[in-house]
Design a protein around this ligand. Sequence first.
Ligand code: NAG
Ligand code: NAG
Ligand code: NAG
Length: 403
Amino acid sequence: MEYDNDENTWRRPSSHKGRHGKCHQIPRRSSTMAVVVLGLAVLSCLLGYCVLSETLPYESKTLRLVVIFFRHGARTPTTTYKSDPFKNYQWPDGLGSLTNVGKLQLYELGKKYRNYYANFINEEYYDKDVYVQSSDASRCLMSAYTFLAGLYPPTERQMWHPEIPWQPIPVHSLPRDLDNVVAGTKSCQVWDSMYRALLAEKNSDPKYNELFEYLSKHTNQSMRSILEVDFLYSTLLSEQEAGLKLPEWTKNVFPNKMLTPFMTSLALLTYNETLQRFKVGPLLNEIRKSFEGSVAHASPDYSLYLFSGHDVNVVGLWRVFGFEELLAPEYGASIVLELHEDTEQSSFFVKAFYRNNTKVEMPIEMKLPFCGDPCSYAEFISHINKFIPGNWEEECQNTVAGI
Ligand SMILES: *[C@@H]1O[C@H](CO)[C@@H](O)[C@H](O)[C@H]1NC(C)=O
Ligand SMILES: *[C@@H]1O[C@H](CO)[C@@H](O)[C@H](O)[C@H]1NC(C)=O
Ligand SMILES: *[C@@H]1O[C@H](CO)[C@@H](O)[C@H](O)[C@H]1NC(C)=O
């Protein structure tokens, strides 16, 4: 019970945690650990890293809730193509799997968010503080786990095995055919037919003719759709990242000429407000519920929501927030929403950030185009309300058999 008031402790507007020392912040663990940390801190100051750590961690007295949606880490190709010289390449962990590089990327990202929110995210993991939901794809689940390993290394009290500096943290997920929240893979008839019409329209754009012909000829298979270009682009990218030498013909088109159709294909799933309603609405509904819970100080009052998904999901959120620029989210790219409380005005406001990959030190603030600055809670909610179907199933016109 000693941790019961924990929430209040770190919600206290002027938390003293981390306010002193910038270079010599010592986690309260064992004294040997403290000596090591102090030594390292002094050493890094000497090496000039002090400047960097002074900008961290992020401090805000008004912060109440954080939502982070990230893409999984580096993966092996999910598909191959007919003339692929690496068609029979033996990927040790199989197709579409998270690589060791990918595991490390998300671990590093978790550590970055740990530092960034050191004054907000409790050092100890408590079930009541954080809710994690992932796409059911193995690479997303695994990314969520390594992210959490970086975000919540066990404190001394939470070490449960002397040799494993890691603690289990639950990651929830819906099976693919039921997931309309994170991966957006649950079938929706109205969306399906709209998407198909839109894809056909894009594919008939004469500006792609030359590229389609070139790719069809060299891949030795039909490449007449930006969706096929999208898959091919991802495959070439993963092969290249794995150190495989791509065929000569790819040099003329990859990545440059294939980039726009690739990004257009990612954007197509959420191209206009109607499509966004079906693909992102249920996620926005979860975000709205979490905000409402925080504003009402309801229980359970989570303060951190994490979502682990795919590139198209990051693009969908980006587009719902009114950004039309085409995007190719890198591995571990993340969108962050922060809910703040202005206690003097007794009002709430929202901030949004984008961290385009796992190496960026600080998330970049995105000025929400539909909103004032600061973006008031009411404006934010009224914007996302437009995208949240009252009854998703019914609006999708899913037949009984399809449910
Ligand atoms: C292209 O496909 C045809 C028929 O499937 C096959 O006979 C031919 O060898 C292939 N060419 C290349 C370069 O893979
Ligand atoms: C979005 O695109 C689909 C397919 O082209 C179309 O049926 C729908 O009316 C569009 N919605 C809006 C708001 O433009
Ligand atoms: C990622 O963000 C950083 C920091 O804002 C920026 O310098 C860099 O150009 C971005 N990279 C891409 C590929 O957009």
